[in-house]
Design a binder for this molecule. Structure first.
Ligand SMILES: [Zn+2]
Length: 579
């Protein structure tokens, strides 16, 4: 909904160095500026700004982004708030204002839908089963009111009958309240479910979660809508924000009922992740209020979260991350019912740093007496290690893992850093432990203007990259040469902007850019991939009639064949020299 040209106009008019200088002292350092990071305790200084590209990055805590990301983080405001402030300062009139009437209407419909669900819950006959269920779980009427709970009727068109006449079906579909089935028939998304409205920071209902009494799926959420970006929301934050900001600690749980039960018991600094897969957007949101987060999942979910990326994402957002250990078979909901507020305080106090929790989980899951078990544990630890932005923490992990596996920490650190990574030659400002893989190298060189997309695209397309790198590659392909960094980052989300700033600002200098690029391309696009691409090109050439397109395909084909020949020659040479 944000107009890209607005963002670019603002960036063109506001100088990022003078903006950031209002909050910290920046000194010129080469072509960049540096200072002490305001987001972590920074003696070094590790905070860098690239004025030309309009990006900043901290090597200490891994934070980074453009001027919007900086203002959001330092002022603890949302993107729309940052946009409004900087637009006013730059004298840019936001084109999104036009769409505001439309958005207001969507908010209004959601508010009325929440009222409608709440009224269903109180209906003498229709709401009885849901009321009984909630009371059996310990939620009385005071709790229904406080958390806005409701009930979706056991029909296909309860909500539709109520709202479609007034608003038309289109906004209801847009909000995910109605689903369009095969053949175009529409019906209620939520049927016979207890409804948990999801509120934004201003307390407006922006989405709904529905719990079934029986059957699957047990939980059903609103889809992504213009009001609801699931990757940037935490359940219950509007109730918890003040408490979290006051104590700087948040407790993170999984489910709606975990949040409700803890709040009801008087533990108020609690938010729900709405599933175990945490996103960078959620972590950044939490980091606006908290300095520390304690993860309180049930045992199974905590185990999964440990091997997943969630904890690393929280850590990389600048949060201290600890994991609370609940008794086997408990979730926070059941635990607080039995043990009360004091019991929760106890497990929170006993929570362990997340890297220790991760290492402990390796001990539990692998037979570390055997070589095979050690190798498997190392393999799993590699992903965890490489995801950590903090060098001291990476070293601590290597040291502890060395103790556990009875191996020298240096050897463990080398092993953990290995894999699909290459070590670039660093400049004098180099930060130890900066490791770039082939995707970092290619995207980094492109964003810095040291490589051209035309050059890269002879061998690799956006589809050869993965995750955030792919998002950036797609944006680069769209913008084309010469690559305008600001145009690229206005096309990607916050997470990708953060990666872009890291790659632009990292003190990684290649003495031979061409060689670095070619090496990285070779790692990215292996021989079998080239064969595959050649096959695809042959098929397309046979089908295509368009003369210009055929020329284009032939050029691509020739480039790939040349590459293939060059690699074969290399391989032969290497074999010969080994003899
Ligand atoms: Zn920092």
């Amino acid at each position: 909904m944000v107009d890209r040209s607005d963002v670019e106009a603002i960036k063109a008019r506001i100088d990022i160095v003078s903006l950031i200088s209002r909050y910290l002292t920046l000194q010129k350092s080469g072509s960049r500026y540096k200072g002490h990071c305001p987001f972590h305790k920074d003696d070094t200084p590790s905070f860098y700004v690239d004025a030309e590209k309009g990006l900043w990055h901290c090597f200490g805590c891994g934070a980074g982004g453009d001027m919007f990301a900086f203002l959001m983080k330092i002022e603890r405001i949302s993107f729309p708030e940052a946009l409004a402030r900087l637009a006013a300062e730059a004298g840019v009139k936001l084109s999104s204002r036009k769409g505001e009437g439309e958005r207001d209407k969507l908010y209004q419909i959601n508010a009325q839908a929440a009222e409608y669900f709440a009224a269903n819950l109180r209906h003498p006959r229709h709401g009885k089963r849901a009321r009984d269920y909630l009371v059996s779980r310990g939620y009385d009427e005071a709790a229904w009111n406080r958390f806005g709970l409701g009930y979706a009727l056991d029909t296909w068109d309860g909500l539709k009958a109520r709202f479609a006449g007034r608003y038309g079906e289109a906004p209801l579909i847009e909000l995910g309240l109605l689903v369009k089935g095969k053949g175009g028939r529409t019906y209620d998304r939520f049927r016979d479910r207890v409804i948990f409205p999801i509120f934004d920071l201003s307390g407006r209902p922006i989405a709904f979660g529905g719990r079934a009494f029986s059957g699957e799926p047990k939980y059903l959420n609103s889809p992504q809508t213009p009001l609801f970006d699931k990757g940037r929301q935490l359940y219950g934050l509007s109730w918890a924000r003040d408490e979290i900001a006051a104590g700087r600690t948040a407790i993170l749980v999984e489910g709606y009922t975990d949040v409700l039960s803890l709040h009801s018991a008087g533990v108020k600094n609690v938010v729900g992740s709405m599933g175990t897969a945490l996103t960078r957007g959620q972590a950044e949101l939490l980091a606006r209020f908290a300095a520390e987060v304690v993860i309180a999942y049930d045992r199974d979910a905590a185990g999964q979260a440990a091997s997943g990326r969630g904890m690393v994402i929280l850590h990389n957002a600048g949060l201290d991350v600890r994991v609370a250990s609940l008794p086997e078979g408990d979730d926070p909901d059941s635990f607080v019912r039995r043990e009360g507020k004091e019991g929760v305080a106890e497990v929170v106090a006993g929570a362990v740093p997340f890297h220790r929790f991760f290492l402990q989980s390796l001990l539990d899951r692998y037979d570390l007496e055997s070589f095979k078990g050690k190798e498997e544990a190392l393999e799993e630890a590699r992903g965890f290690y490489q995801g950590l932005a903090s060098l001291p923490l990476r070293q601590e992990v290597a040291r502890l893992l060395g103790e556990i596996l009875d191996l020298p920490p240096d050897a463990v650190a080398r092993e953990l850093a290995r894999g699909r990574t290459i070590r670039p030659e660093a400049s004098e400002e180099a930060v130890e432990g900066t490791v770039w893989n082939e995707q970092d190298t290619i995207i980094g060189l492109l964003l810095r203007g040291e490589a051209r997309w035309e050059e890269v695209s002879r061998l690799a397309g956006p589809e050869d990259f993965s995750g955030l790198h792919r998002d950036l590659a797609e944006a680069i392909a769209e913008v084309g040469d010469p690559i305008d960094t600001s145009a690229v980052i206005s096309r990607v989300d916050e997470e990708a902007v953060r990666l872009a700033s890291k790659l632009v600002i990292a003190p990684v200098v290649f003495s031979d850019v061409n060689k670095a690029l070619n090496d990285a391309l070779r790692r990215l696009v292996r021989l079998p991939v080239i064969e595959e691409k050649l096959r695809a090109l042959r098929v397309e050439m046979r089908k295509t009639q368009d003369k210009e397109r055929i020329d284009e395909l032939q050029r691509a084909y020739r480039a790939l064949v040349m590459e293939k020949i060059a690699r074969r020659a290399d391989a032969k040479e290497r074999r010969a020299s080994r003899r």
